[in-house]
Ligand binder design. Structure first.
Ligand code: 5AD
Length: 348
């Protein structure tokens, strides 16, 4: 369809579309090869064929929140809860460093055990031992003061998906205590404090439409984050969304490609959820313009417990095994995992 091609060209050139144009594009896009090829081209110009790796350490599956989609929500009495000690986290970093990881991502539910004091101490110890590594946090919503303390302790980046930029949709996915307004405030606070910020959303979350997706793209444009995490929604059996359908892999790839066109410099992960949904999902993510993967560095004993959705891959793999597998897969499609912090490249 000629007008779709024109919209994609416009997006690549102007890095923006109106809401109406987004809806029109998302309603009618059928040929994916054109946007994928354009997204790859831009990615190659900025990041070459490098794939950045991030070592994901899932520090706790305790969570005080009750997000309807998430397997570690507090009402899930069947979740087998755990938290990692500082020593266990440092052991993960040690293993990761030896494997070539230069970014460590500490992710967890909103677990009050990890006070600012506890987290700052862990961050400082990691930075002390591995000064050339980046520390990324993914620990949910906090106050400006808490984010500031974490930044001052040495954290470099923070991941906090906005989940959906539509108020109504947001409140259908989250308990009443969580608001889109506060989520946005957190993201702007993080930016102001100088974090490299990651936002993003699930594709195919219950209630999502092309209109809400258009709002997601407009919000991302406004926020201009350094990282954008996009993965398919996958139901978890012990959540209220157990019977909902999973998001589409193809649609996820399209959203990754369009995000690359809109925010050319962005660090875009080819997510584990995408790899869970389709066998070659993570390679396809790279071929749609993604440039980051986040293999699991968590201790094997806890991997099966950090389940945000069903059938998550790599719960049994060793970190070394995961990295080697990915390396082989990416090599076969012409990409290379590199030993680097993999920072955001600013526009020059
Ligand atoms: N399916 C896919 N992604 C999920 N997340 C949480 N639950 C699910 C699910 N059921 C995503 C959210 C969150 C990130 C850490 O994981 O978008 O921000």
């Amino acid at each position: 369809m000629i007008f779709i091609k024109a919209l994609i060209d416009k997006l690549a050139k102007e890095k923006a579309l109106t809401k109406e144009e987004w809806v029109q594009l998302l309603d009618n896009i059928d040929d994916t090869e054109y946007p994928f090829q354009k997204a790859r081209q831009i990615r190659h110009e900025i990041y070459g064929k490098d794939v950045y790796i991030r070592g994901l350490i899932e520090i706790s599956n305790y969570c005080k929140n009750d997000c309807l989609y998430c397997g570690i929500r507090k009402s899930n009495k069947l979740a087998d809860r755990y938290r990692l000690s500082k020593d266990e986290i440092l052991d993960c970093c040690h293993i990761g460093y030896d494997l070539g990881f230069r970014t460590f991502v500490m992710q967890g539910g909103e677990d009050p055990y990890y006070t600012d004091e506890v987290m700052c101490d862990i961050i400082k110890s990691i930075k002390d031992r591995y000064p050339e590594c980046a520390v990324t946090l993914s620990l949910g919503e906090k106050s400006y003061e808490s984010y500031k303390a974490l930044k001052e302790a040495g954290a470099d980046r923070y991941l906090l998906r906005h989940e959906t930029a539509n108020e109504c949709h947001y409140s259908s996915l989250h308990p009443a205590e969580l608001t889109l307004e506060n989520r946005k405030k957190c993201l702007y606070d993080l930016k102001e404090l100088g974090f490299q910020v990651g936002s993003g959303f699930m594709v195919g979350s219950p209630g999502q439409t092309n209109e809400t997706l258009a709002e997601d793209m407009l919000f991302l444009k406004e926020l201009n984050p350094q990282m954008v995490g996009i993965g398919p929604f996958i139901p978890h059996k012990d959540t209220p969304f157990a019977k909902k359908s999973a998001g589409s892999g193809e649609k996820t790839l399209i959203m990754i490609a369009l995000t690359r066109l809109m925010l050319p410099q962005a660090l875009l992960p080819s997510t584990t959820a995408l790899g869970t949904l389709c066998e070659d999902g993570r390679e396809r993510g790279i071929l749609a313009g993604a440039n980051v993967v986040m293999p699991n560095l968590s201790p094997k004993s806890v991997r099966e417990k950090y389940l945000l959705y069903d059938n998550k891959i790599c719960t049994g793999d060793e970190a070394a095994e995961s990295k080697l597998n990915l390396e082989k897969k990416f090599k076969s499609i012409g990409y290379e995992i590199v030993v680097a912090r993999g920072d955001y490249k600013k526009e020059i």
